[in-house]
Design a protein around this ligand. Structure first.
Ligand code: CA
Length: 295
């Protein structure tokens, strides 16, 4: 069992919700906390808590994290389209996500893996607030960046200062870039098992999926989810899915007004995923998201 903290910007793109559902359905991991980041973290925390409660795991602490970027600048993401799944009866998480991240990492020192699937603001803030985390966190698994060719990617773009800070932390890192994640499509033809399953958990994932399709895709069902974040989580607990990787030194550079990740000379600071077993991951995801292992 791997102790994991999931730091997420659930609420915009659908892959965070699919990733949290995958985490709640994966026996390889023990999900110790969920923290939220990017614009309106309290609303995002309500979405995460709705999911942990519906999946029968209300004991998992959920808390909203940073409201601003690492350098204090305001965040600018306005696209939180999943809120329609909430009801007045849903829990409202309180507390501070960064404090929760710090306390959870200390409680599971030496074992804890932080999976960062939003901008890396909470992670950077936690390490700055609590330098001892350098000795507590076993590994960071980070979705972000695009290397081949270097190009814009949302988690880096939404907080490049945090990204540069996190890349320089002396903690082992698995970097899962857009080059690899953008090939993992959850095609509409694969949704059948989920849509037919009829459990409270799968119905909630279905509702998140509908909210995403209506909110971000203007109802176009052909706009299939891309499984950026679920892939990062799966690689955190199943290393054998990685078919190609490279130790690289990754820096943040600004090109044409965009912050991008770029491989440079120097001591490696990240284990970078270059290719995965796409078929096996797709099968794992399709079964687990529909909870078919429990059928
Ligand atoms: Ca995300």
């Amino acid at each position: 069992m791997i102790d994991i903290i999931l730091d997420t910007d659930i609420g915009g793109d659908i892959d965070d919700a699919l990733c949290l559902a995958l985490a709640l359905n994966s026996p390889e991991i023990s999900l110790r906390a969920v923290t939220t980041v990017n614009t309106d973290p309290p609303l995002r925390a309500r979405l995460a808590a709705r999911m942990t409660h519906t999946f029968g795991q209300p004991e998992i602490p959920v808390a909203p994290g940073c409201k601003a970027m690492f350098d204090g600048a305001p965040t600018y993401c306005k696209d939180i389209n999943h809120a329609v799944v909430l009801t007045l009866d849903d829990p409202i998480p309180t507390g501070d996500g960064v404090d929760l991240l710090i306390e959870t990492a200390r409680r599971h020192a030496g074992r804890i893996v932080i999976v960062g699937i939003g901008p890396w603001t909470n992670i950077a803030t936690a390490f700055e607030r609590a330098p001892d985390l350098r000795g507590c966190v076993a590994r960071l698994v980070l979705m972000g960046g695009q290397l081949d060719p270097p190009g814009p990617e949302s988690n880096i773009r939404c907080d490049p200062v945090a990204a540069a800070y996190v890349l320089n932390l002396p903690v082992p890192k698995l970097l899962v870039p857009l080059d690899v994640t953008s090939r993992q499509i959850y095609a509409a033809a694969d949704h059948g098992d989920l849509l037919r399953r009829g459990l409270p958990e799968t119905n909630l994932v279905r509702d998140f999926l509908r909210a995403f399709q209506l909110g971000r895709c203007q109802g176009d069902p052909s706009r299939a989810p891309v499984l950026h974040d679920p892939l990062a989580l799966a690689l955190a607990f199943d290393d054998s899915l990685i078919t190609s990787r490279q130790d690289l030194r990754i820096d943040i550079e600004h090109r044409d007004g965009e912050a991008v990740t770029i491989a440079v000379d120097g001591d490696p600071n990240a284990d970078v995923v270059r290719a995965v077993d796409e078929e096996r991951f797709a099968e794992l995801f399709r079964k687990r998201i529909a909870m078919l292992d429990e059928a």
